[in-house]
Write a protein that binds this ligand. Sequence first.
Ligand code: 9MR
Length: 446
Amino acid sequence: MLRRLITGAALLAAVLTTAGPASAADTPLRDLAEARGVYLGSAVTAGRLTGGYADVAGAQFGSLTPGNEMKWDSVEPTRGTHDWTGADRVVAFAEAHGQRVRGHTLVWHSQLPGWLTGGSWTAAQLRTLMTDHVTAEAGRYKGRIDHWDVVNEPLAEDGTLRPSLWGAALGESYIADAFRAARAADPAAKLYLNDYSTDAVGAKSDGMYALVKRLLAQGVPVDGVGFQAHLVLGQVPASLEANLRRFAELGVDVAITELDIRTTLPATAAKLAQQKADYASVLRACLAVTRCAGVTVWGFTDSDSWIPDFFPGQGAATPYDENLQPKPAYAGIAETLAPATPPTPGVCSVTYAVTSQWTGGFTAQVTLRNTGTTPLNGWTVRWTQPAGQRVTQAWNATVTQTAAEVTATHLAYNAALPAAGSTAFGFNGTWTGTNPPPDLTCTPGT
Ligand code: 9MR
Protein backbone atom coordinates (compact mmCIF):
# COMPACT_ATOMS: atom_id res chain seq x y z
CA MET A 1 0.00 0.00 0.00
CA LEU A 2 1.36 3.36 -1.00
CA ARG A 3 0.91 5.02 2.34
CA ARG A 4 3.03 2.38 3.97
CA LEU A 5 5.85 3.29 1.60
CA ILE A 6 5.74 7.02 2.19
CA THR A 7 7.85 6.87 5.27
CA GLY A 8 10.47 9.40 6.21
CA ALA A 9 13.33 7.01 5.58
CA ALA A 10 15.90 9.24 7.21
CA LEU A 11 13.73 9.70 10.25
CA LEU A 12 13.04 6.00 10.51
CA ALA A 13 16.75 5.33 10.41
CA ALA A 14 17.33 7.95 13.10
CA VAL A 15 14.65 6.46 15.30
CA LEU A 16 15.84 2.92 14.74
CA THR A 17 19.35 3.66 15.84
CA THR A 18 18.08 4.59 19.28
CA ALA A 19 14.93 2.46 19.29
CA GLY A 20 12.99 2.01 22.49
CA PRO A 21 10.88 4.06 24.82
CA ALA A 22 13.51 6.77 25.29
CA SER A 23 13.52 7.71 21.62
CA ALA A 24 9.74 7.46 21.43
CA ALA A 25 9.56 10.01 24.22
CA ASP A 26 11.93 12.38 22.45
CA THR A 27 10.58 12.17 18.91
CA PRO A 28 7.51 14.28 18.11
CA LEU A 29 4.35 12.26 17.64
CA ARG A 30 3.95 13.60 14.11
CA ASP A 31 7.30 12.11 13.09
CA LEU A 32 6.69 8.79 14.81
CA ALA A 33 3.32 8.61 13.04
CA GLU A 34 4.71 9.55 9.66
CA ALA A 35 7.34 6.86 9.94
CA ARG A 36 4.51 4.36 10.43
CA GLY A 37 2.61 5.65 7.38
CA VAL A 38 -0.17 7.41 9.30
CA TYR A 39 -0.76 10.94 10.53
CA LEU A 40 -1.38 11.95 14.12
CA GLY A 41 -3.57 15.03 14.26
CA SER A 42 -5.41 17.22 16.71
CA ALA A 43 -8.38 19.52 16.78
CA VAL A 44 -7.29 23.03 17.71
CA THR A 45 -8.88 26.33 18.64
CA ALA A 46 -7.74 29.13 16.33
CA GLY A 47 -7.78 31.81 19.02
CA ARG A 48 -5.36 29.84 21.17
CA LEU A 49 -2.64 29.34 18.58
CA THR A 50 0.02 31.35 20.41
CA GLY A 51 2.57 30.63 23.14
CA GLY A 52 2.94 27.15 24.58
CA TYR A 53 -0.29 25.92 23.00
CA ALA A 54 0.98 26.86 19.54
CA ASP A 55 4.36 25.30 20.28
CA VAL A 56 2.82 21.93 21.08
CA ALA A 57 0.28 22.12 18.25
CA GLY A 58 2.98 22.90 15.71
CA ALA A 59 5.60 20.49 16.96
CA GLN A 60 3.63 17.36 17.79
CA PHE A 61 0.88 16.99 15.19
CA GLY A 62 1.01 16.28 11.49
CA SER A 63 -2.57 17.32 10.88
CA LEU A 64 -4.81 19.98 12.38
CA THR A 65 -8.58 20.23 12.46
CA PRO A 66 -10.33 23.45 13.38
CA GLY A 67 -12.59 22.39 16.27
CA ASN A 68 -15.29 24.88 15.41
CA GLU A 69 -13.99 27.47 12.96
CA MET A 70 -15.11 25.78 9.75
CA LYS A 71 -18.64 25.07 10.90
CA TRP A 72 -21.39 26.85 9.07
CA ASP A 73 -22.35 29.15 11.95
CA SER A 74 -18.72 30.28 12.19
CA VAL A 75 -18.14 30.97 8.52
CA GLU A 76 -21.51 32.47 7.56
CA PRO A 77 -23.11 33.96 10.67
CA THR A 78 -25.15 36.33 8.50
CA ARG A 79 -26.58 35.11 5.25
CA GLY A 80 -24.28 36.03 2.41
CA THR A 81 -21.57 37.45 4.69
CA HIS A 82 -18.69 35.11 5.24
CA ASP A 83 -16.18 35.31 8.05
CA TRP A 84 -13.24 33.06 7.37
CA THR A 85 -10.98 34.55 10.05
CA GLY A 86 -10.71 31.55 12.36
CA ALA A 87 -10.62 28.98 9.57
CA ASP A 88 -7.96 30.93 7.68
CA ARG A 89 -5.89 31.17 10.79
CA VAL A 90 -5.83 27.41 11.35
CA VAL A 91 -5.06 26.71 7.69
CA ALA A 92 -2.26 29.29 7.62
CA PHE A 93 -0.79 27.94 10.87
CA ALA A 94 -0.86 24.41 9.48
CA GLU A 95 0.81 25.46 6.26
CA ALA A 96 3.49 27.34 8.16
CA HIS A 97 4.20 24.19 10.17
CA GLY A 98 4.09 21.71 7.29
CA GLN A 99 0.86 20.18 8.54
CA ARG A 100 -2.16 18.78 6.76
CA VAL A 101 -5.67 20.02 7.48
CA ARG A 102 -8.77 17.93 8.10
CA GLY A 103 -11.63 20.24 7.20
CA HIS A 104 -14.55 19.92 9.63
CA THR A 105 -17.32 20.12 8.60
CA LEU A 106 -19.35 21.09 5.54
CA VAL A 107 -22.81 19.65 6.25
CA TRP A 108 -24.00 18.93 9.78
CA HIS A 109 -27.25 19.28 11.69
CA SER A 110 -25.61 21.26 14.51
CA GLN A 111 -23.82 24.60 14.79
CA LEU A 112 -25.85 25.95 11.91
CA PRO A 113 -26.40 29.70 11.63
CA GLY A 114 -29.63 31.06 13.12
CA TRP A 115 -30.71 32.54 9.80
CA LEU A 116 -30.70 29.01 8.36
CA THR A 117 -32.40 27.13 11.20
CA GLY A 118 -34.85 29.99 11.79
CA GLY A 119 -35.86 30.35 8.15
CA SER A 120 -38.60 28.50 6.39
CA TRP A 121 -37.39 26.85 3.25
CA THR A 122 -38.70 24.55 0.61
CA ALA A 123 -36.80 21.33 0.07
CA ALA A 124 -35.42 22.71 -3.18
CA GLN A 125 -34.19 25.86 -1.45
CA LEU A 126 -32.54 23.86 1.29
CA ARG A 127 -30.76 21.69 -1.24
CA THR A 128 -29.41 24.73 -3.04
CA LEU A 129 -28.38 26.45 0.20
CA MET A 130 -26.50 23.33 1.16
CA THR A 131 -24.70 22.77 -2.14
CA ASP A 132 -23.87 26.48 -2.44
CA HIS A 133 -22.36 26.37 1.03
CA VAL A 134 -20.28 23.31 0.16
CA THR A 135 -19.12 24.96 -3.05
CA ALA A 136 -18.19 28.19 -1.27
CA GLU A 137 -16.29 26.65 1.61
CA ALA A 138 -14.58 23.74 -0.16
CA GLY A 139 -13.83 26.14 -3.03
CA ARG A 140 -12.21 28.71 -0.77
CA TYR A 141 -9.71 26.17 0.54
CA LYS A 142 -9.31 24.26 -2.71
CA GLY A 143 -6.05 22.32 -2.80
CA ARG A 144 -5.23 23.09 0.85
CA ILE A 145 -7.38 20.50 2.62
CA ASP A 146 -6.26 16.92 2.98
CA HIS A 147 -9.58 15.48 4.17
CA TRP A 148 -13.00 17.10 4.31
CA ASP A 149 -15.66 15.85 6.68
CA VAL A 150 -18.26 16.49 4.02
CA VAL A 151 -21.22 15.16 5.97
CA ASN A 152 -21.03 14.86 9.73
CA GLU A 153 -23.23 12.66 11.89
CA PRO A 154 -25.83 11.62 9.31
CA LEU A 155 -27.18 8.73 11.36
CA ALA A 156 -29.51 8.21 14.29
CA GLU A 157 -28.47 5.84 17.08
CA ASP A 158 -30.24 2.88 15.43
CA GLY A 159 -28.31 3.37 12.20
CA THR A 160 -31.16 4.90 10.20
CA LEU A 161 -30.99 8.35 8.64
CA ARG A 162 -31.03 11.07 11.31
CA PRO A 163 -34.17 13.16 10.88
CA SER A 164 -32.12 16.35 10.83
CA LEU A 165 -32.86 19.54 8.99
CA TRP A 166 -31.27 17.86 5.98
CA GLY A 167 -32.45 14.31 6.39
CA ALA A 168 -36.04 15.28 7.19
CA ALA A 169 -36.38 17.61 4.22
CA LEU A 170 -34.26 15.89 1.61
CA GLY A 171 -33.90 12.26 2.64
CA GLU A 172 -30.64 10.44 2.04
CA SER A 173 -30.10 12.21 -1.28
CA TYR A 174 -28.60 15.24 0.47
CA ILE A 175 -25.52 13.18 1.27
CA ALA A 176 -24.83 12.35 -2.37
CA ASP A 177 -25.39 15.97 -3.38
CA ALA A 178 -23.01 17.25 -0.72
CA PHE A 179 -20.25 14.85 -1.80
CA ARG A 180 -20.67 15.68 -5.48
CA ALA A 181 -20.53 19.40 -4.76
CA ALA A 182 -17.42 18.92 -2.62
CA ARG A 183 -15.67 16.87 -5.30
CA ALA A 184 -16.41 19.51 -7.91
CA ALA A 185 -15.16 22.29 -5.63
CA ASP A 186 -11.93 20.60 -4.50
CA PRO A 187 -11.08 17.51 -6.54
CA ALA A 188 -7.87 16.82 -4.59
CA ALA A 189 -9.44 16.57 -1.13
CA LYS A 190 -10.35 13.16 0.27
CA LEU A 191 -14.04 13.28 1.08
CA TYR A 192 -15.22 11.71 4.33
CA LEU A 193 -18.46 10.72 6.01
CA ASN A 194 -17.99 11.10 9.76
CA ASP A 195 -20.01 9.94 12.75
CA TYR A 196 -19.86 9.03 16.44
CA SER A 197 -20.79 5.79 18.20
CA THR A 198 -19.88 3.92 15.04
CA ASP A 199 -16.56 2.71 16.48
CA ALA A 200 -17.78 -0.75 17.44
CA VAL A 201 -19.56 -3.23 15.24
CA GLY A 202 -23.21 -2.60 16.09
CA ALA A 203 -26.51 -1.21 14.88
CA LYS A 204 -25.23 2.29 14.17
CA SER A 205 -22.05 1.19 12.38
CA ASP A 206 -24.08 -1.41 10.47
CA GLY A 207 -26.22 1.50 9.28
CA MET A 208 -23.11 3.43 8.25
CA TYR A 209 -21.72 0.39 6.49
CA ALA A 210 -24.92 -0.07 4.50
CA LEU A 211 -25.05 3.66 3.72
CA VAL A 212 -21.46 3.73 2.42
CA LYS A 213 -22.19 0.69 0.29
CA ARG A 214 -25.26 2.34 -1.23
CA LEU A 215 -23.41 5.58 -1.90
CA LEU A 216 -20.51 3.79 -3.57
CA ALA A 217 -22.92 1.76 -5.68
CA GLN A 218 -24.40 5.06 -6.89
CA GLY A 219 -20.96 6.38 -7.80
CA VAL A 220 -20.98 8.98 -5.03
CA PRO A 221 -17.38 10.14 -4.42
CA VAL A 222 -16.95 8.92 -0.84
CA ASP A 223 -13.23 8.44 -0.19
CA GLY A 224 -13.25 7.75 3.50
CA VAL A 225 -15.22 7.11 6.65
CA GLY A 226 -14.38 8.87 9.91
CA PHE A 227 -14.92 7.26 13.30
CA GLN A 228 -15.04 9.95 15.96
CA ALA A 229 -14.13 7.71 18.90
CA HIS A 230 -15.35 9.83 21.80
CA LEU A 231 -14.65 7.02 24.22
CA VAL A 232 -15.10 6.25 27.90
CA LEU A 233 -12.16 5.10 30.02
CA GLY A 234 -11.69 1.34 29.87
CA GLN A 235 -14.23 0.97 27.08
CA VAL A 236 -12.29 0.90 23.83
CA PRO A 237 -14.53 -1.36 21.75
CA ALA A 238 -13.02 -4.79 21.25
CA SER A 239 -14.37 -4.75 17.69
CA LEU A 240 -12.77 -1.43 16.70
CA GLU A 241 -10.11 -2.95 14.47
CA ALA A 242 -12.51 -5.40 12.83
CA ASN A 243 -14.95 -2.56 12.27
CA LEU A 244 -12.33 -0.34 10.61
CA ARG A 245 -11.28 -3.28 8.48
CA ARG A 246 -14.75 -4.08 7.19
CA PHE A 247 -15.16 -0.50 5.99
CA ALA A 248 -11.70 -0.54 4.41
CA GLU A 249 -12.72 -3.68 2.56
CA LEU A 250 -15.52 -1.69 0.94
CA GLY A 251 -12.77 0.26 -0.80
CA VAL A 252 -12.69 3.43 1.32
CA ASP A 253 -10.08 4.87 3.65
CA VAL A 254 -10.85 5.04 7.34
CA ALA A 255 -9.65 7.41 10.05
CA ILE A 256 -10.14 8.01 13.75
CA THR A 257 -11.26 11.61 13.65
CA GLU A 258 -12.11 12.90 17.14
CA LEU A 259 -10.43 10.65 19.67
CA ASP A 260 -10.77 11.46 23.34
CA ILE A 261 -11.11 9.15 26.34
CA ARG A 262 -13.00 10.64 29.23
CA THR A 263 -12.99 9.70 32.87
CA THR A 264 -14.74 10.77 36.00
CA LEU A 265 -12.75 13.41 37.89
CA PRO A 266 -10.44 13.49 39.67
CA ALA A 267 -8.18 11.53 37.37
CA THR A 268 -6.10 9.26 39.60
CA ALA A 269 -2.81 7.64 38.60
CA ALA A 270 -4.67 4.37 38.07
CA LYS A 271 -7.16 6.03 35.72
CA LEU A 272 -4.39 7.74 33.78
CA ALA A 273 -2.62 4.40 33.43
CA GLN A 274 -5.80 2.87 32.04
CA GLN A 275 -6.16 5.83 29.72
CA LYS A 276 -2.62 5.24 28.44
CA ALA A 277 -3.55 1.66 27.61
CA ASP A 278 -6.76 2.83 25.94
CA TYR A 279 -5.02 5.39 23.73
CA ALA A 280 -2.48 2.74 22.79
CA SER A 281 -5.15 0.28 21.77
CA VAL A 282 -6.92 2.80 19.55
CA LEU A 283 -3.61 3.61 17.86
CA ARG A 284 -2.89 -0.10 17.43
CA ALA A 285 -6.24 -0.66 15.75
CA CYS A 286 -5.48 2.06 13.19
CA LEU A 287 -1.95 0.80 12.57
CA ALA A 288 -3.32 -2.70 12.02
CA VAL A 289 -5.58 -1.60 9.17
CA THR A 290 -3.65 -0.60 6.07
CA ARG A 291 -6.30 1.85 4.88
CA CYS A 292 -6.44 3.68 8.20
CA ALA A 293 -5.06 7.09 7.24
CA GLY A 294 -4.50 8.40 10.74
CA VAL A 295 -5.77 9.39 14.13
CA THR A 296 -6.92 12.84 15.26
CA VAL A 297 -7.35 13.66 18.93
CA TRP A 298 -10.20 16.02 19.73
CA GLY A 299 -8.12 18.64 21.46
CA PHE A 300 -4.63 17.81 22.70
CA THR A 301 -4.87 19.45 26.12
CA ASP A 302 -7.43 19.01 28.87
CA SER A 303 -7.74 22.79 28.88
CA ASP A 304 -9.18 22.69 25.36
CA SER A 305 -11.60 19.79 25.55
CA TRP A 306 -15.36 19.82 25.15
CA ILE A 307 -15.83 17.04 27.72
CA PRO A 308 -16.14 18.97 31.01
CA ASP A 309 -18.80 21.23 29.48
CA PHE A 310 -20.88 18.39 28.08
CA PHE A 311 -20.34 15.72 30.75
CA PRO A 312 -20.31 17.37 34.17
CA GLY A 313 -17.89 15.65 36.54
CA GLN A 314 -15.90 14.12 33.69
CA GLY A 315 -12.80 15.24 31.82
CA ALA A 316 -9.04 14.65 31.61
CA ALA A 317 -9.79 13.15 28.20
CA THR A 318 -6.77 14.27 26.17
CA PRO A 319 -3.04 13.43 26.07
CA TYR A 320 -1.83 16.64 27.77
CA ASP A 321 -2.96 18.06 31.08
CA GLU A 322 -4.27 21.59 31.63
CA ASN A 323 -0.68 22.87 31.95
CA LEU A 324 0.46 21.38 28.65
CA GLN A 325 2.35 18.59 30.39
CA PRO A 326 2.21 15.25 28.62
CA LYS A 327 0.13 12.65 30.47
CA PRO A 328 0.66 8.88 30.41
CA ALA A 329 -1.69 8.84 27.39
CA TYR A 330 0.95 10.76 25.46
CA ALA A 331 3.48 8.02 26.19
CA GLY A 332 0.86 5.44 25.21
CA ILE A 333 0.59 7.07 21.79
CA ALA A 334 4.34 7.56 21.40
CA GLU A 335 5.22 4.02 22.43
CA THR A 336 2.61 2.55 20.10
CA LEU A 337 3.85 4.61 17.17
CA ALA A 338 7.53 3.92 17.91
CA PRO A 339 9.16 1.58 15.44
CA ALA A 340 9.18 -2.00 16.60
CA THR A 341 12.62 -3.04 17.82
CA PRO A 342 14.02 -4.99 14.87
CA PRO A 343 14.47 -8.69 15.65
CA THR A 344 18.04 -9.79 16.21
CA PRO A 345 18.75 -13.28 14.94
CA GLY A 346 19.28 -16.00 17.48
CA VAL A 347 22.73 -15.63 19.02
CA CYS A 348 24.35 -18.47 20.89
CA SER A 349 26.62 -17.51 23.75
CA VAL A 350 28.43 -20.11 25.76
CA THR A 351 30.08 -20.48 29.16
CA TYR A 352 32.29 -23.27 30.49
CA ALA A 353 32.73 -24.41 34.04
CA VAL A 354 34.70 -27.27 35.62
CA THR A 355 32.27 -28.58 38.20
CA SER A 356 34.59 -31.10 39.77
CA GLN A 357 38.16 -32.16 39.31
CA TRP A 358 40.30 -34.94 40.73
CA THR A 359 43.71 -36.35 39.93
CA GLY A 360 43.64 -37.12 36.22
CA GLY A 361 39.94 -36.49 35.74
CA PHE A 362 37.30 -33.73 35.69
CA THR A 363 33.65 -32.92 34.95
CA ALA A 364 32.74 -29.82 32.95
CA GLN A 365 29.43 -28.13 32.25
CA VAL A 366 28.86 -26.03 29.13
CA THR A 367 25.90 -23.64 29.29
CA LEU A 368 24.40 -22.10 26.13
CA ARG A 369 22.21 -19.02 26.09
CA ASN A 370 20.27 -17.50 23.20
CA THR A 371 20.92 -13.76 23.55
CA GLY A 372 18.99 -12.86 20.37
CA THR A 373 15.28 -12.12 20.05
CA THR A 374 14.39 -14.96 17.69
CA PRO A 375 14.62 -18.69 18.48
CA LEU A 376 17.66 -20.79 17.65
CA ASN A 377 16.99 -24.09 16.02
CA GLY A 378 20.03 -26.25 16.66
CA TRP A 379 23.52 -25.40 17.84
CA THR A 380 27.12 -26.55 17.64
CA VAL A 381 29.85 -25.84 20.15
CA ARG A 382 33.49 -26.24 19.12
CA TRP A 383 36.71 -26.00 21.06
CA THR A 384 40.31 -27.11 21.02
CA GLN A 385 41.39 -29.12 24.02
CA PRO A 386 44.49 -27.79 25.68
CA ALA A 387 47.31 -30.32 25.67
CA GLY A 388 46.59 -33.49 27.56
CA GLN A 389 42.79 -33.17 27.86
CA ARG A 390 40.45 -35.74 26.39
CA VAL A 391 36.67 -36.18 26.59
CA THR A 392 35.73 -39.60 27.85
CA GLN A 393 31.98 -39.34 28.28
CA ALA A 394 29.29 -36.70 27.50
CA TRP A 395 25.59 -36.09 28.14
CA ASN A 396 22.93 -33.83 26.67
CA ALA A 397 24.98 -33.42 23.47
CA THR A 398 26.71 -35.53 20.85
CA VAL A 399 30.40 -34.93 21.44
CA THR A 400 33.08 -36.05 19.00
CA GLN A 401 36.79 -35.50 19.24
CA THR A 402 39.42 -35.64 16.50
CA ALA A 403 42.86 -35.13 17.96
CA ALA A 404 42.41 -31.96 20.04
CA GLU A 405 39.34 -30.67 18.11
CA VAL A 406 36.04 -31.23 19.90
CA THR A 407 32.57 -30.73 18.44
CA ALA A 408 29.37 -30.87 20.50
CA THR A 409 25.98 -30.75 18.78
CA HIS A 410 22.45 -30.64 20.12
CA LEU A 411 20.29 -33.66 20.60
CA ALA A 412 16.72 -33.66 19.32
CA TYR A 413 15.23 -32.59 22.64
CA ASN A 414 17.49 -29.59 23.25
CA ALA A 415 17.97 -28.34 19.69
CA ALA A 416 15.44 -25.48 19.99
CA LEU A 417 16.55 -22.58 22.10
CA PRO A 418 13.93 -19.84 22.44
CA ALA A 419 14.94 -16.20 22.69
CA ALA A 420 16.58 -15.71 26.11
CA GLY A 421 16.42 -19.48 26.68
CA SER A 422 19.34 -21.56 27.90
CA THR A 423 20.41 -25.18 27.99
CA ALA A 424 23.49 -27.10 29.11
CA PHE A 425 25.48 -30.21 28.37
CA GLY A 426 28.28 -31.85 30.28
CA PHE A 427 31.18 -34.17 29.89
CA ASN A 428 33.84 -36.04 31.81
CA GLY A 429 37.43 -35.78 30.69
CA THR A 430 40.98 -36.64 31.54
CA TRP A 431 43.77 -34.17 32.05
CA THR A 432 47.42 -34.00 32.81
CA GLY A 433 49.62 -31.10 33.86
CA THR A 434 47.17 -28.22 34.11
CA ASN A 435 43.47 -28.17 33.25
CA PRO A 436 42.78 -24.68 31.79
CA PRO A 437 39.36 -23.77 30.29
CA PRO A 438 39.29 -23.98 26.49
CA ASP A 439 37.99 -21.22 24.16
CA LEU A 440 34.54 -22.33 23.09
CA THR A 441 32.59 -21.03 20.12
CA CYS A 442 28.92 -21.65 19.65
CA THR A 443 27.20 -21.34 16.28
CA PRO A 444 23.54 -21.76 15.35
CA GLY A 445 22.73 -24.93 13.43
CA THR A 446 24.96 -27.97 12.89
O1 9MR B 1 -15.32 20.52 20.11
C1 9MR B 1 -16.51 21.15 19.72
C2 9MR B 1 -16.98 22.03 20.85
O2 9MR B 1 -16.08 23.08 21.08
C3 9MR B 1 -18.35 22.56 20.52
O3 9MR B 1 -18.85 23.26 21.65
C4 9MR B 1 -19.27 21.41 20.17
C5 9MR B 1 -20.65 21.91 19.81
O4 9MR B 1 -21.43 20.92 19.27
O5 9MR B 1 -18.74 20.71 19.07
C6 9MR B 1 -17.56 20.11 19.41
O6 9MR B 1 -17.10 19.25 18.39
C7 9MR B 1 -17.99 18.21 17.99
C8 9MR B 1 -17.66 17.89 16.55
O7 9MR B 1 -17.79 19.07 15.77
C9 9MR B 1 -18.54 16.80 16.02
N1 9MR B 1 -18.49 15.63 16.83
C10 9MR B 1 -18.71 15.84 18.24
C11 9MR B 1 -17.78 16.92 18.77
C12 9MR B 1 -17.97 17.07 20.26
O8 9MR B 1 -19.21 17.59 20.55
